[in-house]
Design a binder for this molecule. Structure first.
Ligand SMILES: *Cc1c(COP(=O)(O)O)cnc(C)c1O
Length: 395
């Protein structure tokens, strides 16, 4: 038997319900992603309590499902997008929007500047193009500089600083760029400093935020201008795997809030994706076949890596570990056995759970894969092998 990650508190009881609705009631077609808005609201309230006075931005790339964006709009201070497609999904929601990401095309800059969105500039070349687009449109562009810092977020699942990078402008070149933006009579919006993702150690985040603040202070000083906004990045992780602990964000807030007095005229924002929505999502997939092979039981489902690539260990992990899964249709007193849960694709990579202990299940039962609210469907190759696109629902 191999261990699996912990099932989020909200979904532990059997038979499982999501937003007060039974799995069979929700599952009019399988597979299905269900996002529980109550879980998202509770994460947002917890952030508000822990980090008072700090703006909360939602990083749309974690989950761009339109009803989810509409539900979040009144609860967050802004949306961070990374393409014109994401921008189109949030422009009507009436929130501040910033646009980061390398390789913004002229067409994307045009759409963003036309919509009054803040561009987080990734290079000097992009700055030239943004200024030219703004000139053509007769608009005063809102420009922030994304900084490639010289430090990185320790223990981060994905490190994005301290080295050569396609993201952001190397810190030492930032003051000159800010001066250039100011001289071009654009509206300078400040700095965006993102040092990494998926960290579970509060000390690492506290450290990285302290460095981020110092850097913002130093760059502002060198540029001779006070930044209206400093986006401190995010990096708040969630516990996917056995032994991982939920992040103590209260400790982060306690360390961070007093430090912000160093820049009294600046607003601060934290941008979060998975921490806000990851645990709110459940991927439901029905068992099509139960088979045994050489003494092992396989539960073969109607969806797998084509919809939930990350859970199969194929989205940026080195060692495959089990996400939390459950038999959603089981009762609390079912007998358990050791099984592997696989999807319908013709590849050994399509394994949602490897030799886990689950209640005995068969054809027609439903498997729930948790932690599916972020980087689920949109980060999966859903056209691979030609199965239908799964449905999504917000409850
Ligand atoms: C992807 C990304 C995020 C969101 O990361 P999470 O780990 O989901 O919180 C935030 N900011 C930037 C710049 C990103 O690229």
């Amino acid at each position: 038997m191999k261990p699996m990650g912990a099932i989020p508190q909200e979904f532990k009881s059997l038979p499982m319900t999501i937003g007060g609705r039974s799995v069979e009631e929700l599952l009019t077609s399988s597979p299905l992603f269900v996002y529980d808005s109550a879980v998202i609201r509770s994460r947002i309230s917890r952030f508000r309590a822990a980090c008072p006075g700090i703006d909360l931005h939602y990083a749309v790339k974690a989950n761009p499902f339109p009803p989810l964006l509409a539900a979040m709009a009144p609860l967050v201070d802004g949306f961070d997008v990374a393409s014109a497609g994401e921008l189109a999904r949030v422009t009507k929601l009436g929130k501040a929007v910033s646009f980061a990401g390398p390789g913004k095309t002229d067409a994307e800059l045009d759409a963003a500047i036309g919509a009054g969105v803040t561009i987080n500039l990734e290079s000097e070349g992009e700055t030239d193009r943004a200024l030219a687009v703004a000139d053509r449109l007769g608009r005063k562009p809102r420009l922030a500089v994304r900084v490639n810092p010289e430090f990185e977020l320790r223990g981060s699942g994905m490190r994005m600083g301290g080295r050569a990078s396609p993201f952001g402008v190397d810190a030492e070149r930032v003051p000159a760029l800010v001066k250039r933006i100011l001289a071009a009579d654009a509206e300078w919006r400040g700095f965006h400093i993102f040092a990494g993702s998926q960290a579970l150690d509060p000390a690492a985040i506290i450290d990285s935020q302290a460095h981020t603040l110092e850097l913002a202070l130093r760059l502002a000083d060198m540029a001779g201008a006070s930044p209206p906004l400093v986006n401190l990045g995010g990096g708040f992780g969630i516990p996917y795997f056995p032994g991982e602990q939920a992040l103590d964000i209260e400790a982060i807030g306690v360390a961070l809030t007093p430090r912000l007095d160093a820049l009294p005229d600046t607003r601060f924002a934290i941008e979060l994706g998975r921490w806000l929505v990851g645990e709110a999502g459940v991927y439901l997939t029905r068992i099509v076949d139960r088979k045994e092979s050489r003494g092992e039981v396989f539960l073969v489902c109607d969806g797998g890596l084509n919809h939930q690539l990350a859970a199969t260990g194929n989205l940026g992990t080195v060692v495959r570990r089990n996400y939390p899964v459950a038999v959603a249709t089981a009762s609390a007193d079912s007998r358990c056995e050791i099984v592997s849960v696989v999807g319908p694709l013709c590849t050994p990579l399509d394994r949602l759970a490897d030799q886990v202990e689950l209640p005995v299940a068969g054809q027609g039962d439903v498997i729930a894969v948790f932690m599916a609210g972020a980087y689920g469907l949109t980060a999966s190759p859903w056209e691979f092998l030609g199965h239908p696109r799964p449905a999504e629902i917000l409850v």
